[in-house]
Design a protein around this ligand. Structure first.
Ligand code: C5P
Length: 230
C-alpha cells in the first residue's frame, strides 16, 4: 500500500467517519484524523480504522514544551499510526525532542510550517518578519535540520521546497481540487496532477471525495488523473 492520497476524515463523530471509511478502499488511500474527530472519538477510532487496513495520519499538530511534545509523539506512535505532526514554530529543541522520542518508531514525523490560514497581517501581528514563502522555507529548513521526515505545505510552495531539499524530504500538501471541483474555502488550490508535478509526495484531500456522490469513484478518478497504479 503506497497510495499518495490521504483522505481527510473531517467528521464530528466516529460513526460518520467509520461509515465513510467503509466506502473507501485501504489499498487506494490513507486517512487523516484531525483534532475534532480525535477529541471526540479518541484512540479507539484510530484503532478501528487501522483494523480495517488504513494507514492513519494523526494530524494533531503538537506545539508545546519539548518534553510534552516528545511524550505526545511517543503516545501517538504507540497507537501504531503511520504519520504524526508537530508545529515547526515550536522550535528546534522541540522538534529534536520529538525526533528522539520516535527514533525507533516506524511512524513518520513531519512539521507544519506556517498555517495557510495566516495572511500577512497575522504573520506581522505575531512578530514574524518577511514574506510567507521565505518563512515557510526557513521553517522547513529548520525541520530538516532536526531530521524530521518532511513538512506540510501548500502545493504552491512544494516546487520551491523540492528544489531546495531534494528527493528525500516528504512534502504533504492540502488544498487540492480536481478540475471541475468547487474550491470551497481553499484559496490557493492546485489540481492533483499539478501538485504531483510540483513535487508533492502526498495529497491531502477532503471535500472533493467526502462530498462526492460516489467517494470511491471520485478517489479512483483522482488516482487515474495522477496515473498512479497500485
Ligand atoms: O476539504 P479539503 O480538501 O479542503 O480538506 C483539506 C484538509 O487539509 C482539511 O482537513 C484541512 O484541515 C487540512 N489542511 C488544510 N490546509 C493546511 C493544513 C491542513 O486545508 N494548511
Amino acid at each position: 500500500m503506497n497510495s499518495p492520497i490521504i483522505i481527510a476524515l473531517d467528521f464530528p463523530e466516529a460513526s460518520h467517519a467509520i461509515r465513510f471509511a467503509d466506502t473507501l478502499d485501504p489499498a487506494l488511500c490513507r486517512l487523516k484524523v484531525g483534532k475534532e474527530l480525535f477529541t471526540q472519538a479518541g484512540p479507539s477510532l484510530v484503532e478501528t480504522l487501522m483494523k480495517k487496513g488504513f494507514d492513519i495520519f494523526l494530524d494533531l499538530k503538537f506545539h508545546d514544551i519539548p518534553n510534552t511534545v516528545a511524550a505526545a509523539c511517543k503516545a501517538a506512535a504507540g497507537l501504531g499510526v503511520w504519520m504524526v505532526n508537530v508545529h515547526a514554530l515550536g522550535g528546534s529543541r522541540m522538534m529534536k525532542a520529538a525526533r528522539l522520542a520516535l527514533a525507533d518508531a516506524p511512524c513518520k514525523l513531519i512539521a507544519v510550517t506556517l498555517l495557510t490560514s495566516m495572511g500577512r497581517e497575522d504573520i506581522e501581528e505575531i512578530g514574524l518578519q518577511g514574506e510567507p514563502i521565505d518563512i515557510v522555507g526557513r521553517l522547513a529548513a529548520l525541520a530538516r535540520s532536526c531530521n524530521l521526515d518532511g513538512v506540510v505545505c501548500s502545493a504552491i510552495e512544494a516546487a520551491m521546497l523540492r528544489k531546495k531539499f531534494g528527493a528525500d524530504f516528504c512534502l504533504v500538501t492540502p488544498g487540492i481540487r480536481p478540475s471541475g471541483a468547487s474550491s470551497d474555502d481553499q484559496k490557493r488550490i492546485m489540481s492533483p496532477i499539478e501538485a504531483i508535478e510540483s513535487g508533492s509526495d502526498y495529497l491531502v484531500i477532503g471535500r472533493p471525495v467526502r462530498e462526492a456522490p460516489d467517494p470511491l469513484r471520485a478517489l479512483e478518478s483522482i488516482l487515474e488523473e495522477i496515473k498512479w497504479k497500485n
